[in-house]
Design a protein around this ligand. Structure first.
Ligand SMILES: C[S@@+](CC[C@H](N)C(=O)[O-])C[C@H]1O[C@@H](n2cnc3c(N)ncnc32)[C@H](O)[C@@H]1O
Length: 392
């Protein structure tokens, strides 16, 4: 590619971001070699979105909701579309792997789109076209970092879609999760629903995060008319879920903020969930499961979700269970709810040992291991009334 085809980003100062320097020529030369940017430099620069869109936000009914952008107007959606045009691809690892890879020599400053939007490395403003910097700024997803910039979002590839989520490290209370659990959850949904012959009118993803579960369920079922309801307690998750649903062209999608099923008043054909299942002293939304050793939300999803299923409905739950002296504590909390004649279920360990580093923390001092588990429940009988264990 001739060097003359490379567009050097316009010099500009980023409002509200300290320490942004003018692009250096030296960096512009490095840019020519950055693999993730070769495609970027051969495509036309993206068109900036109208500034007037920036502050307009609304919920699914069109009402104004602070903090939730309408996806069609969200600069992060424009960024995602642009990344897709560049052929961007990234698979998110565990935080431990991320830390190891980023600790290697020569990884301090981003050289490619994958470095910026996958590995969350600081970057020079010269690395990105000016409209991309502006989307990051107007979407409020950029920060200064030791005289450079850093994206506050990552983009990860799952199936054929891109999913925006929070940058590494996910330290904030309202960080939006996507990781290896999301990949295992998606694979469970795909293999379960690929065999399904049931008519599906409504899919609900409880604790949707990026929306990956509901979006993959809709893609697998290919029922164009099915409604997809993505719910989460975290408004930031719903903002990104909106963007991701647009990026994946998922039809008939709505977004609801609330605690588990409090926002679901209608019968549901397919419930999918990958809730938090750890004990997190910081109680971050994406990580803290509450209850006994983190199983609280997972148990509630089974007990509160099953009565909401239509005849022939199904629940697909991916979660983690603390194993203590051979006892599976999550299974013990839901066994009596699923072992009834009107239900069939499958329960299996998908990975015997996840988040092993948690066992060093005080809350887990008695736990042998944390297993990643899959529970799939099929409703085969009349409507259910499930009592919580406390009622028995
Ligand atoms: C481990 S993340 C998984 C996200 C997504 N399902 C995935 O697989 O990538 C758990 C999600 O549950 C949400 N969550 C936590 N507590 C919740 C609650 N009480 N009601 C609804 N969502 C909740 C979190 O905000 C977070 O997005």
């Amino acid at each position: 590619m001739p060097a003359s085809t490379i567009k050097t980003p316009r010099s500009r100062s980023l409002k509200g971001i300290a320490g942004v320097r003018e692009p250096k020529l030296l960096f512009a030369k490095q840019l020519q070699k950055a693999p993730g940017l070769e495609a970027a430099s051969t495509t036309p620069a993206p068109t900036p979105y109208p500034a007037a869109f920036r502050t307009r936000m609304a919920d699914s009914a069109g009402n104004s909701v602070p903090g939730i952008h309408m996806a069609a107007e969200d600069p992060v959606l424009l960024l995602g579309r642009w990344l897709r045009q560049q052929g961007y691809h990234f698979v998110t690892t565990t935080p431990a792997t991320h830390a190891r890879v980023n600790a290697r020599p020569g990884t301090g400053v981003a050289q490619s789109l994958q470095d910026v939007f996958g590995w969350s490395r600081p970057f020079s403003p010269a690395l990105l076209p000016a409209p991309v910097l502006r989307w990051l700024e107007d979407g409020d997803v950029i920060e200064s970092c030791n005289g450079l910039l850093r994206s506050k979002v990552r983009f990860s590839t799952l199936a054929d879609s891109l999913f925006v989520h929070s940058a590494y490290p996910t330290a904030d209370d309202d960080s939006v999760f996507f990781g290896p659990d999301s990949y295992r959850f998606a694979a469970l949904i795909q293999r379960t629903l690929a065999q399904s012959r049931a008519k599906v009118d409504r899919i609900v993803d409880i604790g949707c995060g990026t929306g990956a579960g509901g979006i993959i369920a809709a893609q697998t079922l290919k029922h164009a008319a099915a409604k997809v309801i993505l719910t989460d307690i975290n408004a930031a998750a719903l903002r990104y879920a909106r963007v991701n649903a647009e990026l994946a062209a998922t039809l008939n999608t709505s977004f609801r903020q609330g605690d588990l099923f409090e926002v679901i008043n209608e019968p549901v054909d397919v419930i999918v969930a990958n809730p938090p299942y750890l004990l997190d002293p910081a109680a971050r939304f994406y990580r803290h499961g509450g209850g006994e050793l983190g199983s609280g939300l997972s148990t509630r999803i089974v007990l509160e979700g099953l009565p909401r299923l239509t005849a022939q409905g199904m629940l697909i739950l991916y979660t983690g269970s603390p194993i203590l002296e051979g006892r599976d504590l999550f299974w013990e909390s839901i066994a009596s709810a699923v072992q009834i004649p009107s239900l069939q279920f499958e329960y299996a360990e998908l990975d015997p040992d996840v988040f092993g580093e948690e066992l060093d923390t005080p809350g887990y001092s008695q736990v042998d291991r944390i297993a990643a588990v899959a529970l799939v429940v099929y409703k085969i009988g009349p409507d259910l009334i499930i009592h919580s264990p406390a009622d028995r």
